[in-house]
Design a protein around this ligand. Structure first.
Ligand code: IMP
Ligand code: MG
Length: 191
């Protein structure tokens, strides 16, 4: 009988993510002692990563968030909800869930530099290197991933699946959209 391949596959387990987040936290702990950096998470995707990451950074720091909005043709990017903390003269650690084309990160870094931040560095849990359009600095990254669409641990598909503990790749978006129950049965125990 013809075997149909799974439309989705497990990419990173909760424990693999936890281990790597710990390593990134240790790097930041070394690099930011005595700086009181401000960690700025990009909502909504980075919320989960920020929450886990800052608990592995053993220095004094502030945490804030901003929300981006893409609009118009060509997907112009602007800040929809800004940080409450002023970034002037601060050492900013910008945290993204995933860097894809690099456009969001490029715009964000420029905005933060224009505000007179003392330094800006970026952290992303995931890096889709092969999809990059703009060459933007990424000082810390968790994992290099392929170009498949990913969900879980903050990453969503039309608002869903951010609450999964593991990260999954959706290999066949059409099947996945047609039968989301198939996926739910596999990832939500007891469903
Ligand atoms: P960029 O501006 O193209 O680098 O886009 C980065 C943003 O696109 C990320 O912050 C995510 O919100 C979104 N994104 C990119 N790839 C994925 C994916 O595989 N799953 C879910 N969201 C993604
Ligand atoms: Mg995002």
């Amino acid at each position: 009988m013809h075997q149909v391949a799974d439309p989705f596959t497990l990419v990173l387990t909760e424990s693999a993510i936890r281990e790597r987040v710990g390593e990134l936290g240790a790097l930041l702990t070394e690099d930011y002692s005595d700086h009181r950096p401000v960690v700025v998470g990009v909502l909504h995707g980075a919320l989960w990563f920020v929450a886990d990451l800052v608990r592995r950074v053993d220095v004094d720091l502030d945490v804030d968030f901003l929300l981006l909005n893409r609009f118009g043709e060509g997907g112009r990017i602007r800040i929809q909800t800004d940080t409450a903390i002023p970034l002037v003269d601060r050492d900013v650690i910008l945290v993204e869930d995933i860097v894809d084309t690099g456009l969001s990160l490029t715009v964000l870094r420029r905005m933060i530099e224009e505000r007179g931040a003392r330094s800006v560095r970026s952290v992303a849990l995931l890096d889709k290197v092969t999809r990059r359009i703009v060459d933007v600095p990424l000082e810390y990254r968790g994992f290099e991933v392929g170009d498949e669409f990913l969900i879980g641990y903050g990453l969503d598909q039309e608002g869903l699946y951010r609450n999964l503990r593991d990260i999954w790749a959706v290999l066949d978006l059409a099947i996945f959209r047609d039968d989301p129950e198939l996926f739910r049965r596999s990832v939500f125990p007891g469903h």
